[in-house]
Design a protein around this ligand. Sequence first.
Ligand code: BYC
Ligand code: FE
Ligand code: FE
Length: 483
Amino acid sequence: MPDGMLVDYDGLIPNNVGLNQDARLRKALETWHPGYIDWWKEMGPEGFQESLVYLRTAVSVDPKGWARFGYVKMPEYRWGILLAPAVEGRRIGFGQHKGEPAWQEVPGEYRAMLRRLIVIQGDTEPASVEQQRHLGKTAPSLYDMRNLFQVNVEEGRHLWAMVYLLQKYFGKDGREEAEELLRRRSGSRDAPRMLGAFNEATPDWLSFFMFTFFTDRDGKMQLEALAQSGFDPLSRTCRFMLTEEAHHMFVGETGVQRIVERTAQAMNAAGIEDPTDVERVRALGVIDLPLVQKKINLHFSLTLDLFGNEVSTNAANAYNAGLKGRYREDKIDDDHRLLDSTYPVLRLKEGRIVEEQVPALSALNMRLRDDYVADCRAGVERWNRVLEKANIPFRLTLPHVAFNRRIGEFAGAHVTPEGEVVDAASWAARCGSWLPSAEDGMFLEGLMRPEYAPGRYAGWIAPPKVGIDGKPGEFEYVKLHMA
Ligand code: BYC
Ligand code: FE
Ligand code: FE
């Protein structure tokens, strides 16, 4: 096995970063550890800390087989520090240092910029665990509950990944930032999480699936951009995180797909031909497709805000410095400096949405967002195939990127999901048909009754096609221990 693929499991913190040979770092992380466990017990999945959950744990970083499955109590999960294997002779792939050897230490002139990127990335991970902590109580099956907890423990591990970088490479202020990551709380008035979408509630399982589809996918895009980093430890950390991220998006995509499938079945069985006959569909105990669309509108627009301003000097500086690249930078065929090229950006000019060419360096957030939208669109089309097969005359779509935005060019503008700019009054009058209303929330709340019998599923969601780790349908993914 190549060097660095074996993980040391003997100490408190599993790792493949030679923690045993670095007494100072080991001490710093072991000092941080109890605070993390306290945070997990206080803010992690509520009511299930004593249950045995069939989880995968990363035990290697070999892409061909890195995980082991087994029953674990979540507070005893082995959160490890795992970096993808080093690439020998790796060089910086973009920006003004293109072609120089990748950095193994923090370049002094970029220290603050790099720390900020790592702290923002780190802040989102525990935030999502906090947002999802009540959902175990309404899980539609043990299979889904297990997937929720799998996502949660891995987001916890992603926090460890960023804390490792802060503690190892940023000295005292790194340690302070690591403490702050445990202090902020999603939705808190005094100490909120850093980015908007991570302070929103995740009140029901439709939201959870939308979050893992849309928001974890922002995670994927940002991690891909950071995996290109010239700061090699960040690149290697993000590359390994991406292997876990794939499952998070699988949970979201298949979750929504199973909801759509169940709704289509129930409508066909009841002979309901009009998908917008919300009342009749809801009476069947399934989720109407217009509500699925509203949740798409909400989670897509909230997540677009996470890409920052379309035109951003932060993004240009991070690229120039070689810290944050483009999506699949290493596969793009151009000069990787972007000093002379332009990129089209949508802007709001005199009440109209127009496309404008801007210097490519300053449009990097926009470019990453475009790549993100394309990735989302492919997933939505896969959902639509379920409707097509079931002969349901309804198609899900992504709203226009200017719809319901709070950050960037369209912040505060009144734009319909179709991309039409309207005045504030007509937006307000119609927004109940575009975004989930209080009544929609109450309907979902009423549906969210837990189903804890092995192999059984709530009536609003179809069973999955295959189990986790090849397990049969009635497998007990969570052995409940109710306090
Ligand atoms: N909310 O130049 P600008 C994940 C601030 S998700 C609040 O436009 P930049 C996960 C910005 O901080 C991936 N504030 O932005 C998913 C700046 O403030 P300062 C997370 C915002 O820097 C699911 C000012 O506005 N990782 O992993 O180009 C579950 C002007 O900013 C927001 C990352 O995001 C906002 N939405 O781009 C678990 C990667 N947007 O500094 C996990 C690291 C902007 O002037 N972060 N602002 O006070 C970044 O690369 C960039 O910071 C951003 C923003 C892309 C977020
Ligand atoms: Fe994550
Ligand atoms: Fe994730």
